[in-house]
Design a binder for this molecule. Structure first.
Ligand code: TYM
Length: 324
């Protein structure tokens, strides 16, 4: 049995990129491993500065996880801000981290080079908090999409730096777990699917919105009768995520034969979307009427998570001379 840890920011509605890149693995892993998953609401503060919205996104993300199959009796689901050890350890990492390591972080470089409106110190030190998130739970594996790989490498660097500085093996070095075939799920425009690119297909959006996103997937301008290239088609790439191998082959044949338009392909994808997520969508509606249960799940999860976080902070304080 391995120890697993991962987190998601409650900074918007979850989409199929989050699901296939990370959440599906989170749920599959819960049956065989010891899993900790959390809502990274302190990270979300770097972009969501509206009290009601942040609370709403946090409740929503919990509902999403539960509706998609997270079982709180198997996996521990908790809220980052309920465990002060995360920010405490992030500070300790700040004292051993050279600015060069943070200067090279993609999210920060992007913010500076694309001259985003107000890059903050919170965004700059984002990787320190993420290292703390990970290392407090001593995981073997961190299941994420490709875009988080660099953050896990930074966490490993900091773990090693800490161990070397204090000449003690306090931190275990975790491995990223990235499934190659779903490492980067494309959005409706072919770029990486991301809330910030406005190219997502939300799992729990209303039917009109789901339809609009899927029917709006960008394709080339080939007509119905033309033979089409499945490899370069966004609709086909997304369909593969949901379909069985035989279903994918069937669709491939239709593309190669011609006489099958992109509109038909999108309708096929739309049907598949509902086949795949229909049950979870219904379950989410039912769960929404019992928000006390949702809060209870997070409360219990946070108690359990903090027991683990305290153990590691105890070792960190003992190693650094902060223990009295
Ligand atoms: P976040 O909230 O942006 O994304 C949550 C998870 O979804 C994955 N993902 C994708 N995977 C494949 N294709 C895509 N288009 C796609 N879009 C999103 C992400 O890789 C991620 O696994 N910094 C993290 C949250 C975090 C965290 C942590 C994760 C904070 N602390 C500690 C792991 C461990 C983030 O912003 O993920």
């Amino acid at each position: 049995m391995s120890r697993i840890l991962s987190g998601i920011q409650p900074s918007g509605k979850i989409h199929i990129g989050n699901y296939f890149g990370a959440i599906r693995q989170h749920i599959e892993l819960q049956s065989k491993h010891e899993c900790f998953y959390f809502l990274a609401n302190l990270h979300a503060l770097t972009t969501t500065r509206d009290k009601e919205l942040l609370e709403q996104y946090s409740v929503d993300l919990t509902l999403d996880y539960l509706a998609l199959g997270l079982d709180p009796n198997k996996a521990t689901l908790f809220v980052q801000s309920e465990i002060p050890e995360h920010t405490e350890l992030a500070w300790i990492f700040a004292t051993i981290c050279s600015p060069g390591l943070l200067d090279r972080a993609h999210a920060w470089k992007d913010a500076v080079t694309k001259k985003k409106k107000d890059p903050t110190v919170g965004l700059y030190t984002y990787p320190l908090l993420m290292a703390a998130d990970i290392l407090l739970y001593e995981p073997d594996l961190v299941p994420v999409g490709q875009d988080q790989k660099q953050h896990i490498e930074i966490a490993r660097d900091l773990a090693q730096k800490f161990n070397d500085t204090y000449k003690l093996e306090v931190f275990k070095l975790p491995e990223p777990m990235i499934k190659e075939e779903v490492a980067i799920i494309p959005g409706t425009d072919g770029q990486k699917m991301s809330k910030s690119y406005n190219n997502t297909i939300e799992i729990f959006a209303d039917e009109a919105k789901v339809k609009k996103s899927i029917m709006g997937i960008v394709t080339d301008s080939k007509g119905v009768e033309d033979k089409k290239d499945p490899k370069s088609c966004n609709v086909f790439q997304l369909y593969q995520l949901f379909a069985t191998a035989t279903e994918t082959e069937n669709l491939r044949d239709k593309y190669l034969a011609g006489g099958f338009g992109y509109g038909d392909a999108k309708k096929t994808l739309l049907e598949k979307f509902y086949q795949y997520f229909g049950e979870s969508r219904e379950k989410r509606v039912a769960l929404k009427s019992d928000l006390d249960y949702v809060r209870e799940v997070l409360k219990n999860g946070s108690v359990k998570a903090q027991e683990q976080a305290k153990l590691v902070m105890h070792k960190v304080k003992a190693a650094t001379g902060l223990k009295f």
